[in-house]
Design a protein around this ligand. Structure first.
Ligand SMILES: Cc1cc2nc3c(=O)[nH]c(=O)nc-3n(C[C@H](O)[C@H](O)[C@H](O)COP(=O)(O)O)c2cc1C
Length: 201
């Protein structure tokens, strides 16, 4: 079993999405001791913004930085395809996701590779993998908030490339005082303990 673990929280061990995402990975490893984990810390090394050169230079003509960035895109997509389960630590920033995580999606949503357009519309090509999102928010939104452009957006991005088996473990209230933060983390960790990890092989 291969696990791809993405982190985007900016506050190291204090990041709730890191605490909860790590618990998810530990739960997976307990059920699948031989599993291989690739950890991409996007807060430390985010993919660069897209450029015209990166997107349009033919692979056999790319040089220098453009070639390196194209190789990074290929590596990120290879990690995605190699994964059986993808764990995403995803804070809510300004009602959406951190720019570092968006930069990862900008690389892996690639026409002809992870999705294609057909006469009947787009088709995802990266399905057959499970995704577990450790979602963290400073406030409290619950389900179906009109201000939530984080979890629905993540589901839309993932669904577009065929990833529809998505579980969200959510922690809320991290900016609402110590007690609310602690309660939010405990609630999320309880949800992690309930995840059906044995079925993820
Ligand atoms: C730049 C920035 C923007 C944020 N925007 C929101 C927001 O729109 N809504 C919210 O509830 N919390 C917001 N927060 C609070 C974070 O969602 C909260 O601190 C969360 O726990 C961060 O994730 P982490 O603990 O995994 O690092 C924001 C925090 C930062 C640093």
């Amino acid at each position: 079993m291969n696990i791809l673990h993405l982190d985007a929280g900016l506050f190291g061990d204090h990041s709730v999405s890191r605490i909860v995402g790590k618990a998810v990975v530990e739960q997976l490893l307990a059920a699948h001791p031989g599993a291989r984990v690739i950890h991409r810390d996007l807060a430390i090394a985010a993919p660069a913004h897209l450029t015209g050169a990166l997107l349009t230079t033919p692979v056999d003509q790319a040089e220098g930085a453009t070639k390196a960035e194209q190789e990074l895109t290929d590596a990120l997509i290879a990690e995605l395809f190699a994964a059986d389960t993808i764990v995403i630590g995803a804070p809510m920033y300004n009602f959406s996701i951190p720019t570092q995580l968006k930069a990862w999606f900008d690389r892996v949503l690639k026409a002809g590779t992870t999705f294609k357009y057909t006469e009947t519309g787009p088709v995802g090509l990266a399905g057959g993998r499970r995704v577990i999102i450790a979602s963290s928010r400073g406030g409290q939104y619950g389900d179906n908030s009109p201000m939530d452009f984080q979890e629905p957006y993540l589901k839309a991005l993932l669904g577009f490339i065929g990833l529809t088996d998505i579980a969200v473990v959510r922690s809320e209230g991290s900016a609402m005082g110590d007690e609310a933060r602690k309660a939010g983390i405990e609630q999320a960790l309880a949800a992690v303990a309930r995840l059906q990890v044995a079925a993820a092989a």
